[in-house]
Design a protein around this ligand. Structure first.
Ligand SMILES: *[C@@H]1O[C@H](CO)[C@@H](O)[C@H](O)[C@H]1NC(C)=O
Length: 417
């Protein structure tokens, strides 16, 4: 039904074109007003993670001030109650990222920030404990971005009942998204976001949903949701960003024909990567960059799942109370791990505190990923700031000369050649 409607609108749009351009691809018609030259200029950016959606490993102090059962934003609000949760969170929303941070991001040569937000901040959910209030701080951040000359990808990071079961969706556990009215409420949140913020000059794209677990939700359901979400954005000058739903970067070539201004976001993940030496890490990154160039859509890596880190040692990285695979302390839902190496100096603090070899390798790995993803449409690093996560904290990596500054510099040039 929907695709028929879309098709007839697309044909109606075509008839508005001068007859000489009828044969031109549809994209030519609506690309002209985009706020950023996607596919032309490289996306270079950073996520403002742990700001409007809590993540234990980014701000462990927020979680350490609560009982052990608090593992995500849902249980945080549920356990503290809305009054106390609001009082603490509003302070966090007001202070975690400052206007000066955005100027530092621009000064390092980046052109984008990606801002995760939960559905609960946009539309009220009376049946969930989440507290509202982050939305006004998102609005302030857009003005800051405009002042700093940055474009913004607003990323719906948490959807009703969780789209992936990760703590960073707001609710750790099972995947309930796709059930009941969860998809229609997600669409309602996206439409509200479009209406409230889509016209802001800094907002160049909206990501419909972060990391939906395609295998649990059902890939056809995800595809239909993406088509509906795009349909609600297609008459704007916003690019519609969609995540590959863990189906792989080349699984979307047969999808999206007749649609325009689509951008694919893939988050590089390699479960076996912890055992690799640095040359294998570099080789995998370069190989993945080549894959990203082989599909028919603008493709970015909107999160580097390993960021600059060569281990998963950061405290709470796998969840509060879960442990690390790298040192064999991982223990979650019956799964465990074996010892690869020590997490000493890697679980908190600064990249300046890790041994020189790991620091050097981290720089190599970061630059290989920059080279790889710039073969495609670009990259957005995860994440700008943490309370101490060596390899994941861009502010810290820049300050210590491990992340190239400006980001187009190379200390290890040509690794993917
Ligand atoms: C951790 O850092 C301390 C102090 O710099 C150093 O003595 C120690 O060797 C480091 N441990 C590892 C495993 O690198």
């Amino acid at each position: 039904m929907l695709s028929k409607t879309l098709l007839s609108s697309a044909l109606a749009a075509l008839t508005l074109l001068p007859s000489t351009s009828v044969a031109a691809p549809l994209e030519q018609f609506s690309k002209r007003d985009l706020k950023f030259n996607y596919g032309g200029e490289k996306v270079r950016g950073v996520n403002l993670g742990g700001w409007f959606v809590l993540e234990p490993w980014i701000t462990p102090s927020i979680f350490d001030a609560t009982p052990e059962n608090v593992v995500d934003e849902y249980t945080y609000c549920q356990t503290l109650g809305s009054g106390e949760a609001y009082s603490r969170l509003s302070k966090h929303w007001d202070t975690w990222i400052s206007e000066d941070d955005l100027h530092q991001i621009a000064a390092a040569g980046m052109n984008h920030i990606r801002i995760p937000i939960g559905y609960w901040s946009i539309i009220k959910d009376d049946n969930a404990p989440y507290v509202q209030g982050a939305y006004q701080f998102l609005g302030r951040a857009l003005d800051w971005a405009q002042g700093a000359g940055l474009k913004v990808m607003i990323d719906l990071h948490g959807a009703p009942y969780s789209q992936n079961g990760f703590d960073n969706s707001g609710q750790r556990g099972g995947v309930g998204w796709g059930q009941g009215d969860s998809i229609s409420r997600t669409i309602a949140a996206l439409n509200q976001l479009r209406d409230d913020m889509g016209n802001h000059p800094a907002v160049s794209t909206i990501e419909l949903i972060n990391e939906p677990m395609g295998s649990s939700v059902g890939i056809d359901k995800v595809r239909q949701f993406y088509m509906d979400g795009w349909g609600n954005l297609r008459d704007t000058n916003l690019v519609t960003t969609f995540h590959d739903a863990f189906a792989g970067v080349n699984a979307w070539n047969d999808w999206g024909s007749g649609m325009w201004n689509l951008m694919l976001d893939t988050h590089v993940f390699d479960g076996g990567a912890l055992q690799q030496d640095i040359n294998s890490h570099v080789g995998s990154a370069c190989g993945f960059g080549n894959q990203m160039t082989q599909n028919n859509k603008w493709t970015i890596s909107g999160e580097w799942t390993a960021s600059g880190a060569l281990s998963d040692c950061t405290r709470y990285l796998n969840g509060r109370g879960v442990g690390a695979r790298y040192d064999g302390s991982y223990n979650f839902n019956g799964a465990s791990s074996y010892y690869i190496g020590s997490c000493e100096n890697l679980s908190s603090g600064s990249i300046s505190g890790v041994d020189p070899t790991t620091r050097e390798n981290t720089g190599r790995f970061i630059e290989a990923q920059l080279d790889a993803y710039e073969k495609a449409a670009g990259w957005i690093f995860w994440t700008w700031k943490t309370e101490g996560a060596p390899g994941w904290d861009m502010k810290d990596l820049l300050q210590n000369g491990v992340f190239p500054n400006p980001v187009t510099n190379r200390n290890h040039p040509g690794q993917c050649n």
